[in-house]
Ligand binder design. Structure first.
Ligand code: TTP
Ligand code: MG
Length: 704
């Protein structure tokens, strides 16, 4: 029988602690193959150590290690008969997924080379051949291939990049330019596939089946021609990948970067051979956390090993996650072209001085509900999922969501649901409230979308038409139904006007599934249903009151924890509790050992205006840069913490000074006053100064 991963060997070399310190920017991008990874890790480690950011990274690392231990323990507890059952489940799913393999389409993924950097170099040819990065000291958006040789890459703080490459030239970001060139590339893409799917400013998916047939050209010839056309139109180079589905095409476009292409033939044998040794991290949506977990728990490092460990995957993960992993093992991906562009969500939020005054909080909520309602009505939208974001006085970020049976858009309806979510949290001192509406009822092909309709893509990923998940879901008879299981890529893609990339692209389903989003939301939905059943919820209702109507196996605390898990698994504050308190555990059948892999795109969703632009610093990062966005969120979190600490320290100093002053006799007042003024100005300068983002990396004790 297959075995889970062997115990990891003795702990990492303590003399080289940086070896286990990995962040998104220690992960290689194209053009970084020859980089001394250990050197990069060491420099990043040394520059980060002791900072808030570092502490946060360590917390995450600890969480992942615990998670791996827990999952390994669960694997060990599986009996032989359990395993033979799960192996049967896996074998069946593999057959079913295999049956969905579609080799009839030819997909091309095109991705510009070092896009922002290349545009800047076009503008200023003196940059050519010199290591340069676009961005600033806090964060760089990308680096050219010369800089990558030093380990410099996108999403890396600029001051670390400079340490790695002292000659590095920094060029400020200029989105107008990139948009201009992006538009030029899209005009070219249009000629090959009028329905191409823009994934971000610099990448797109094209179904080139028709153009290959019509012109009797091979996919490789079309790719070559398209790349030449892009170069002629823009002066920029790009790389392309061709494969029978989008998932693989994306992997292929990275293989011969820069200015290259790779064609994966449309036959099963070629796909299986390609997949057999492909590292799992190459798959869009498999990031650091998922990679660690799959490797640490099951010893899965290549895509093929997903199939070999299928029994364990089915035992420990939800059906949809296991299906995704098995699909990766088979090299099966999406081949359809969604027809309509959908907005994903609308949100707004308010920051204010921390307060626990519930009247004030209700007032803020009412204002936000009104604003949200107006925004939705302007766009003719109604939505079913309302998410409340809270930031506590201690900067803990929580999100609570409810999915309704009906679409809503009025201020009253929004406020009604928002109040229920908020009341479940009170009493609490808050400094920020946000509201987000998603799951809109936009028209699809002229018909209103049916929230209970199961799409083909969902069928492939989530299971058979009788969908266990859907069945479980609706049987609750709650205010919720199926939406979280109906993860529909068609709702997430920008394809219509090819203008923006405000929508999740690049097979967004993949990353969603990895987060076990469906599973988390299943729990949430059950609980949300309870909230709605309890229409009499008093304004000051506690979580316990919210949970009063019983659902089997659901302790009141679990609601709070489980809902937190929905968004905060990645922040690792509630995760361990989630492990032990998952209310659905008793009810589950073949997935009762499921482990949610933390989601990155949930916790920080509110940071992004229009799902694209950072509301705090304005940097633009499309949703498909999942890990980079997560990293960016962590930066701001660390920044806040650092500032909070700075403020606390200032307050402490001021308090001490006031106390001291009260005790002094009036005869020394004059002298003291002078000295106090001096100190005061120094300390307030220190405390109130807005700390630049790079200060997280300065050791805390040097700061204060
Ligand atoms: P990428 O295609 O990931 O990177 P790239 O085009 O610079 O380099 P290559 O494709 O050759 O590896 O991203 C496209 C642009 O998106 C990039 O030029 C800048 C922007 N971007 C960010 O702003 N932040 C990020 O973290 C990343 C990864 C990209
Ligand atoms: Mg690119």
């Amino acid at each position: 029988m297959e075995k889970a991963a062997a115990e990891p060997s003795a702990s990492a070399d303590s003399a080289r602690p940086w070896q286990s310190y990995t962040t998104v920017y220690t992960n290689a991008k194209a053009g970084m193959d020859g980089v001394d990874k250990e050197k990069v890790q060491r420099i990043v480690y040394e520059m980060s150590k002791g900072s808030k950011y570092f502490e946060n990274e360590e917390r995450k690392e600890t969480f992942i290690r615990q998670k791996i231990d827990n999952m390994r323990a669960r694997c060990a507890k599986l009996s032989a008969s359990d395993m033979s059952h799960y192996q049967m489940v896996a074998d069946k799913r593999i057959l079913e997924l295999e049956a969905t393999r579609d080799l009839s389409r030819i997909w091309l993924h095109v991705d510009m080379d070092a896009f922002y950097a290349a545009v800047e170099t076009l503008d200023n040819p003196s940059l050519r051949g010199r290591p340069m990065a676009v961005g600033g000291m806090s964060m760089i958006s990308t680096a050219n291939y010369e800089a990558r040789k030093f380990g410099v890459r996108a999403a890396m703080p600029g001051f670390i990049a400079r340490k790695l490459c002292p000659e590095l030239i920094f060029v400020p970001i200029d989105f107008k330019k990139y948009t201009y060139y992006s538009d030029l590339t899209r005009k070219v893409f249009q000629k090959y596939d009028p329905n191409f799917m823009a994934a971000s400013l610099d990448e797109a998916y094209l179904d080139i089946t028709e153009v290959c047939n019509e012109r009797d050209l091979t996919s490789g010839e079309i790719a070559e021609e398209l790349r030449t056309s892009v170069h002629e139109a823009t002066g920029l180079t790009c790389s392309a990948g061709v494969a029978p589905n989008r998932l693989l095409a994306k992997v292929c476009s990275d293989i011969n970067k820069p200015n290259g292409q790779f064609v994966l033939p449309s036959n099963r044998m070629a796909v299986m051979t390609f997949i057999s040794s492909l590292p799992i991290r190459k798959i869009g949506g498999i990031g650091k956390v998922t990679e660690h977990i799959l490797s640490g728990v099951f010893g899965i490092n290549t895509c093929e090993e997903m199939l070999q460990k299928g029994g364990f995957l089915c035992a420990l993960f939800s059906r949809s996650s296991a299906d995704f992993f098995l699909s990766v093992g088979l090299g099966v991906g999406k081949t359809d072209t969604p027809q309509v562009r959908f907005r994903k969500s609308i949100s707004n939020e308010r920051t204010f001085s921390a307060t626990d005054d519930s009247a004030l909080l209700y007032q803020k909520l009412a204002e936000l509900s009104e604003m949200l309602s107006i925004d939705m009505q302007k766009e003719g939208l109604s939505g079913r999922t309302l998410t409340l974001k809270l930031k506590t006085a201690s900067f803990e970020v929580r999100s609570r969501a409810v999915t309704m049976q009906k679409y809503i858009c009025s201020r009253e309806d929004i406020l009604n649901h928002a109040l229920k979510l908020l009341n479940a949290e009170l009493p609490l001192s808050l400094r920020l409230i946000g509201l987000r509406m998603s799951h809109f009822n936009e028209e699809k092909d002229g018909h209103l979308s049916d929230p209970t309709q199961k799409t083909l893509a969902n069928f492939i990923i989530s299971g058979d038409a009788s969908g266990k998940n859907v069945g479980e879901h609706s049987s609750l008879g709650s205010d919720t139904s199926d939406s979280h299981f109906m993860v529909d890529p068609e709702n997430d893609l920008s394809i219509d006007n090819h203008e923006t990339c405000h929508y999740v692209s690049e097979d967004p389903l993949d990353s969603n599934l990895l987060s076990d989003l469906d599973h988390c939301n299943f729990n949430l939905s059950k609980n949300s249903g309870k909230i709605d059943n309890n229409n009499e919820l008093p304004l000051n209702g506690s979580v316990d009151k919210v949970n009063a109507p019983n659902v089997v196996g659901c302790a009141p605390k679990s609601y709070q924890i489980e809902v937190s898990h929905l968004v905060e698994a990645d922040s690792f504050s509630f995760s361990e509790q989630c492990e032990s308190n998952r209310p659905d555990r008793a009810r589950r059948t073949n997935n009762d050992l499921d482990d949610g892999v933390p989601s990155s795109n949930q916790k920080e969703q509110f940071l992004w205006v229009n799902d694209y632009k950072c509301s705090l610093c304005g940097i633009e990062l499309p949703p498909n840069f999942v890990e980079e966005r997560q990293e960016h969120f962590d930066f701001h979190l660390a920044e806040k913490l650092q500032k909070e600490e700075s403020d606390n320290s200032r307050n402490l100093m001021l308090n001490q000074r006031f106390a001291q002053r009260d005790h002094t006799a009036s005869q020394r007042r004059h002298k003291r006053h002078k000295s106090s003024k001096k100190e005061g100005s120094k300390s307030s300068q220190k405390g109130s100064k807005h700390l630049p983002i790079d200060t997280f990396f300065v050791k805390s004790n040097q700061n204060f």
